[in-house]
Design a protein around this ligand. Structure first.
Ligand SMILES: NC(=O)C1=CN([C@@H]2O[C@H](COP(=O)(O)OP(=O)(O)OC[C@H]3O[C@@H](n4cnc5c(N)ncnc54)[C@H](O)[C@@H]3O)[C@@H](O)[C@H]2O)C=CC1
Ligand SMILES: O=C(O)[C@@H]1CCC=N1
Length: 270
């Protein structure tokens, strides 16, 4: 299998997580990075600070666009100028939470530009990402297969049938690591407030979330069964869950938070 060449445009929190996941994978792609701020890149990756620095030998199979949605138009317009003819032999893979395939293609100067939109998440940096992927009609099967393979190198990939489905992916996977990190912060604080030292509290919460993730990943049982296995009748877990499960608490708050993420993704499209 030939090693694909990527031009990673934007190597901040999400682009950087993908880069770390890729370089640690058994068969890393060849990565060129365009980022104005990045100081160091792993061995074998070349950094350019501006589109104008991109050298003629850079012929990417895929351009991975990982800048903020607001910066996408200007960036694609510069890439179009700098890459010229090379733009006709590449596909664009966006990780951005906004901007449609149609808009991205028009900013590339080609209505038939193959555009793949993905919504990955930062656990990609440890090869445990979860990515939703949508390929526009101009993407060839080979390009789609390559995009899926690249994202599978850093975790789980789910193809969605409609571009609009990516908003739901944002709400339950792209943004969702932050919800879990917030839960970890709150639990660690509870541990300390109730008498454990900071180190003990942190180790217990991190170990617990790691274990839960591993069980969900490895075991066939659904989440409900695994929850019920922890919940002894009239025990401590039932007491705690009776608070979370009140209608006005998690059953209302989780969908409300998801709707807020979806609403914001619509605003980022404009
Ligand atoms: N942070 C996350 O967990 C996730 C982010 N995303 C998407 O990833 C995209 C990037 O988000 P983050 O990585 O969080 O932002 P970030 O600000 O950490 O990264 C953006 C990077 O792009 C570079 N950059 C921006 N404009 C540039 C230019 N004109 N020339 C050269 N370099 C330039 C910046 O130096 C920076 O390193 C967004 O569109 C976001 O929707 C998607 C999924 C998860
Ligand atoms: O917060 C954001 O807009 C980005 C997209 C998903 C995660 N971070």
């Amino acid at each position: 299998m030939t090693i694909p060449t990527l031009l990673l445009v934007g190597c901040g929190k999400m682009g950087g997580a993908l880069m770390r996941g890729w370089v640690s994978s058994p068969t890393p792609p060849r990565i060129f990075i365009l980022d104005r701020k990045l100081q160091d890149a792993p061995a074998g990756c070349t950094i350019f600070r501006t589109p104008e620095e991109i050298t003629p030998d850079v012929k990417p199979d895929i351009i991975v666009l990982a800048v903020k949605p607001a910066g996408a138009e200007a960036m694609l317009s510069s890439l179009k100028t700098v890459l010229g003819e090379r733009m006709n032999h590449t596909a664009l893979l966006s990780v951005m939470a906004g901007k449609s395939c149609e808009k991205l293609a028009s900013w590339c100067g080609r209505a038939d530009m193959p555009v793949i939109r993905t919504m990955p998440n930062t656990p990609s940096c440890v090869g445990a990402g979860a990515t939703g992927l949508y390929a526009s009609p101009h993407v060839s099967q080979a390009q789609k297969d390559l995009a899926i393979r690249l994202m599978e190198q850093v975790g789980t990939v789910v193809s969605v049938p409609h571009e609009e489905d990516l908003r739901t992916v944002i709400a339950i996977a792209g943004s969702a690591p932050a919800y879990v990190f917030y839960l970890a912060e709150l639990l660690e604080k509870v541990g300390q407030d109730f008498g454990l030292d900071a180190h003990a509290s942190r180790a217990l919460v991190r170990g617990m979330i790691y274990g839960v993730g591993k069980m969900l990943h490895e075991l066939p049982e659904d989440a409900e069964t695994l929850r019920k296995n922890v919940t002894s009748p009239n025990g401590t877990t039932a007491a705690a869950l009776s608070v979370f499960m009140k209608e006005e608490h998690w059953p209302r708050l989780i969908p409300e938070a998801a709707k807020a993420a979806i609403k914001r993704s619509r605003e980022l499209d404009d």
